[in-house]
Ligand binder design. Sequence first.
Ligand code: HEC
Length: 101
Amino acid sequence: MKSVLSLPVIAWLALAWSGVAIAAGPNDVLPEAPGKTLVVKACTSCHQAPQIVTKRHTSDEWDELLAKMVARGAALTEAEQDQVFDYLVAQFGPEPRAAVR
Ligand code: HEC
């Protein structure tokens, strides 16, 4: 009986823990990589992550898009912008490292 009980408890703990960082939801489409937390924080207040990631962009396009979003009000310091830029180019560039499904 003990093992039957412990599995759901572990699953609940895992869920509760992941919920501390990012609430489960549409923003889960973002791959885990450095910079993700910043993207969730700065980019998902106006639109959800799927809107960001449905199209791939070259690094030039991301550069432009990021500047546009910062002008709109994305709250990122210069250093944070660099991290977000690296994340977006790596994950959602023309040759993505991570598959998004
Ligand atoms: C202040 C609100 C706001 C914030 C913050 C914001 N955006 Fe946007 N974003 C918009 C609006 C409004 C649109 C749709 C209008 C447009 O495309 O010009 C949009 C559209 C987009 C698009 C689609 C544009 C296209 O041409 O395909 C992408 C990609 C995007 N945002 C990425 C980001 C990223 C990355 C961040 C975080 C750095 C971010 N946004 C933060 C308001 C915001």
